[in-house]
Design a protein. Structure first.
Lengths: 913, 116
């Protein structure tokens, strides 16, 4: 009890030292007065009594220290005193402090910004209870066909049964974009997910308002017209009105009753695609959810709940580590027992031979993200790069501290002569470095907050939830760790070096320390230059990649082009009605003012939409054994080539005469003509394309230029175009390309036209092609911009570093220079003296930098090759540019100190020191 | 700080609190000077200690709640902080006295039993 009480008292005494100090001073003064009185009474003079009183007490400061020791925590008090002393010392040197803090703020801010982005995209766990107990059930090895690893409803039921009623498995469909109409009549496309009734129980969230889904909501096909909405949706679309619970929400044409609101913390498992509305799985047929599935022979339009051939569900599992192993064994036993007869059997042959497929848990603790795969490696590479920049900043600061420390070496010598121990001197230096780090880190947080949002916007688009910098405990912890690491990084070496004082130091006036420090500083400079080379080379490689990709000839005219994609299947279109819909859309859009032409296509340009089909036979092409001809195809309207500006190099394009009754025709690109016909002149040639309706023969009527139509990154491969009048659009989705004078203006008009023709037709995407091409380069832009930014920082730091070291070297040789001048040295001689040592080290830095960059890029060759375009990791131009930049910077940085050295007045120089 | 000094303080650390409590219990409220003067007279030979030594002990005891300090006037009309023992302090004194007596008895017995 008493010891607790004392602990609290000590903490309080530490927190408010002023009062206790005042009281102590008063008490000691009273004590001394009483002692003096006694001594005077014994006959001493006033002065003698005062001295005797002090002696009897034992030294006021010593007593105070002893009392402080008992009153509070000595080391804490010491740290605080060191902290204040450091702040005062830094305040006396504002220029140094500002440069140091700014350097650290940039370095640490950049690190914090990248970390927070990595944290948001890759690391951060979902804010649900025990996120590390959440897993997705996967089949390994994964099928070679993406999307084949989903489970059918009957399989999920069987899996759940295998866990014998313990409700740890939930199921969910993929994300859908559906037209959603609120009770007030406002209609917007929202992200919808179908989930099993126990989904929210397995996730572990409760309702913010109303109730969430229960297993009773997910029993009978089409009999549970209920929906749960996200907190964001509730605020945005329902005005945050609690009475919205119970109202009707129309999702893809089906009226559903809103039964509850999910808390703000949970917006689905996809961190980059927040879900707005959750609907029971049983409503799959009711809301016409007809996507994200793979099937063998299935009836897609009948409810999927009972069909073992339609694989459309992802399985989510929650279990603590002790039950996990047992549950997986039970699930896997079931999977193996039924695999031969299960619908998964068809996939087994698409997996690597000799590996038995089995089930595995994949952690869902951090949710899923489509960005993760795309950006993980790039973000980690950037983290490495930005860490190198911080290392450069540390080397720079270490040099600054050394230079300043040398000018304080007399102070250090005096303090150590007065009895300060080496450890207390080192501590004082480190505390000073720590204070700088803390100031730099705090300023860095501001830098991070500014830059992180811009970074995220560049990476994931500004609209996503994770685009916003959040100063949470994780980011703070990272920055705190960074503060300690940088303190040691730049402070330890100077602290150890500068406090190594011998007895001669006082006599030498710090010159001995200066000499020893000179070598350390030059070495740090070389390191800094070497690391800068690495960063500059990286920036060069990524900038060249971005340049190559953004100036690449796409093979069509992307300016003035708009690309739209629709999900007509979800809106209930099939067969002839689909063709009529697109005819109407094209006709109405073409009539819009400012629109030149429009054409339908199953895949628009740069839409990353890919229809690849097999079953082709070319008369002059013999496939090698095991080769399966698979060719990218597009089904297009009459005007398509004119609309997208893709030149027909031979033959003709489609006309309205190429219809159902006329002979079957196709247009191919140059790559196909070369590959499968062995000649660029393929017009008039024939090929077969078996669609299971009898062997159909097609005639090539035209050859178009090769174009990067699907993705900027992909080199154009063989492609075939069919006219929509002979080969109807895919039942799943289609697009329209529009050529307009002002594509940005056209967007709104097109949206209005689509809304007028069918308000329930989901628009999957509607962008200008220029924008689509630009956003397809988001990854490259992120790398190029950031690496260039880092390279800029490294260059600035290098110039400061070179300037600092050269002018330091000059300052400590002022007397020598003066002497040389007095002896008749020319300006050129002086320049050589000042430069010689440092330039040797800069040269050494450049050389090792080239070697380091070369070694690193060889080491990361595999990783880099996916990130570079038309540039090798050891691109000579990038290396030469890096070297030239740094050499130029070095020349500029040394001009000032060299000019100052030449201007030295020999008489005054010889006087000094 | 030399080793010799350190030994002396450590030796006194436990006892000093006890002596102060005992002095306050028997003499009533005292200021630091009064207590220090009292320490000078403990035992046959006076302890040659600085008077400042009492301060860490005083703050320790006050933080534990064993004593309480208030500012008052001395007889010579000077201000001084007078420390008085609290009820908790008396309990502590009793406990520590018993402990010390037992310990002293034990040490004495051990020293006597030690064969020469």
């Amino acid at each position: 009890m008493a010891s607790w009480r004392r602990l609290v008292a000590r903490v309080l005494a530490f927190a408010r030292p002023a009062r206790a100090e005042h009281e102590l001073a008063r008490e000691l003064a009273a004590h001394l007065a009483l002692l003096e009185e006694t001594f005077r009474r014994q006959g001493l003079s006033a002065d003698a009594a005062a001295a005797a009183a002090r002696r009897a007490l034992g030294g006021v400061e010593l007593v105070k220290d002893a009392q402080r020791d008992a009153r509070s925590f000595r080391w804490l008090e010491d740290a605080r005193r060191d902290m204040w002393r450091s702040l005062r010392a830094l305040a006396r040197r504002p220029a140094f402090t500002i440069v140091a803090v700014a350097t650290l703020a940039l370095g640490m801010g950049a690190n914090t910004a990248i970390f927070s982005l990595i944290d948001r995209v890759i690391l951060k766990p979902l804010s649900v209870p025990a996120p590390h107990d959440l897993f997705a059930l996967r089949v390994v090895p994964a099928s070679s066909q993406p999307g084949q690893d989903r489970f059918s409803s009957p399989t999920v039921d069987a899996l759940r049964h295998a866990l014998r009623g313990r409700d740890r498995l939930a199921a969910m469909g993929g994300l859908a974009r559906f037209q959603t109409t609120t009770p007030t009549g406002s209609a917007q496309i929202e992200t919808i997910q179908l989930v099993s009734g126990n989904y929210f129980d397995v996730i572990g969230v409760g309702a913010e308002a109303g109730r969430l889904l229960t297993p009773q909501d997910d029993v009978t096909v089409d009999a549970h017209p209920v929906a749960v909405v996200s907190h964001a949706f509730w605020l945005r679309r329902l005005a945050g009105d609690p009475s919205a619970v119970g109202e009707t929400l129309t999702v893809n044409g089906s009226p559903l009753t809103i039964v509850g609101v999910v808390p703000r913390a949970f917006s689905g498992l996809w961190t980059d695609a927040p879900v707005s509305v959750w609907v029971p799985l049983a409503m799959q047929h009711g809301v016409r959810y007809l996507q994200n599935f793979s099937s063998g022979h299935a009836e897609i339009d009948r409810p999927w709940m009972a069909q073992p051939d339609i694989r459309w569900l992802d399985v989510l599992y929650r279990g603590a580590s002790d039950t996990r192993v047992r549950d997986l064994a039970a699930l896997d036993a079931l999977f193996h027992g039924t695999v031969a007869s299960s619908p998964l059997a068809g996939d087994v042959d698409r997996r690597p031979a000799g590996v038995e497929p089995h089930l595995a848990f994949k952690s869902a603790a951090a949710g899923f993200s489509s960005l993760r795969g795309e950006y993980s490696a790039r973000l980690l590479l950037l983290m490495g790069l930005v860490a190198v920049v911080l290392l450069i900043a540390c080397a720079n600061l270490a040099n600054l501290l050394l230079a300043h420390g040398v000018s304080r070496s007399r102070e250090i010598a005096i303090r150590s002569a007065l009895g300060a121990t080496r450890s207390s001197l080192v501590r004082q230096w480190l505390v000073e470095s720590l204070v700088l780090s803390i100031l730099g880190g705090l300023a860095g947080l501001i830098v991070a907050a500014w830059t992180s949002d811009a970074l995220a916007a560049m990476t994931v688009g500004a609209s996503a939830d994770l685009a916003h910098f959040v100063l949470d405990g994780r980011v703070l912890a990272f920055t705190a760790g960074l503060m300690i690491a940088t303190t040691l990084g730049f402070g330890l070496l100077p602290a150890l070096r500068l406090t190594r004082v011998d007895t001669d130091a006082l006599r030498a006036g710090g010159r001995a320390t200066a000499h020893a420090s000179g070598t350390v500083m030059n070495a740090a400079l070389a390191l800094q230059v070497a690391l800068s080379v690495v960063v500059l080379v990286a920036a060069g490689l990524f900038s060249r990649t971005l340049h190559n990709l953004s100036t690449i000839d796409l093979g069509f005219d992307a300016t003035h082009l708009v690309s739209a994609r629709f999900d007509h299947r979800s809106a209930g279109y099939a067969g002839d009605r689909t063709a009529q819909l697109y005819d109407r859309l094209v006709a109405s859009i073409t009539r819009l003012p400012g629109v030149e032409s429009a054409a339908a296509a199953s895949c628009g340009v740069i839409s990353q939409c890919d229809n690849t089909a097999g079953s082709y036979t070319f008369p002059d092409y013999a496939p090698s054994s095991g080769e399966r001809i698979a060719i990218r195809e597009n089904r297009i309207g009459v005007d398509y080539f004119r609309v997208v500006g893709m030149p027909v190099v031979e033959g003709r394009s489609f006309t309205t005469d190429d219809s159902g009754e006329s002979p079957k025709v196709a247009v191919v690109n140059q790559a196909l003509a070369r590959t499968y016909f062995g000649t660029p002149h393929a017009v008039g040639r024939h090929f077969r394309h078996d669609l299971g309706r009898g062997d159909d023969e097609y005639e090539v009527i035209g050859v178009v230029r090769d174009a990067r139509v699907f993705d900027v990154h992909d080199a154009p491969g063989p492609m075939i175009y069919f006219p929509v009048r002979q080969m109807p659009l895919s039942p799943y989705g289609g697009g329209i390309n529009v050529r307009a004078a002002d594509p940005l203006l056209a967007l709104a008009a097109i949206r209005a036209v689509v809304g007028a023709i069918d308000p329930n037709l989901p628009i999957l995407s509607l962008t200008t092609t220029g924008e689509a091409a630009a956003s397809a380069l988001g990854r490259e832009r992120l790398l190029a911009y950031l690496a260039s930014g880092f390279a800029g920082m490294a260059t600035v730091l290098a110039s400061i570093g070179i300037y600092g070291v050269v002018s330091f070297g000059m300052t400590r040789r002022v007397a020598e220079i003066g002497l040389r001048m007095a002896l008749g040295a020319t300006s050129w001689d002086i320049a050589r003296v000042v430069l010689s040592a440092s330039m040797r080290w800069v040269g050494l830095g450049l050389m090792s930098g080239i070697f380091l960059a070369f070694a690193t890029s060889r080491l990361l060759r595999a990783l880099l090759s996916g990130m570079l375009f038309d540039v090798t990791p050891t691109d000579p131009a990038a290396f030469v540019a890096a070297i030239l930049t740094l050499a130029a910077i070095a020349v500029i940085a040394v001009l000032v100190p060299v000019r100052r050295a030449i201007g030295i007045d020999p008489r005054r120089a010889l006087d000094c020191d | 700080m030399t080793t010799e000094q350190r030994d002396r303080i450590e030796l006194l650390q436990g006892t000093l609190d006890l002596i102060i409590l005992r002095a306050l219990a028997t003499m009533g409220p005292q200021h630091a000077y009064g207590l220090a003067a009292r320490l000078d007279q403990v035992g046959d030979q006076p302890l040659t200690l600085n008077q400042g030594t009492v301060y860490p002990a005083l703050v320790r005891l006050e933080q534990k709640g064993a004593i309480k300090g208030t500012w008052r006037q001395t007889e010579s009309k000077r201000e001084a902080k007078y420390y008085a023992i609290t009820r908790a302090g008396r309990r502590e004194l009793e406990k520590q006295t018993t402990r010390w007596k037992r310990l002293a008895g034990l040490v004495e017995a051990l020293l006597l039993a030690e064969p020469r």
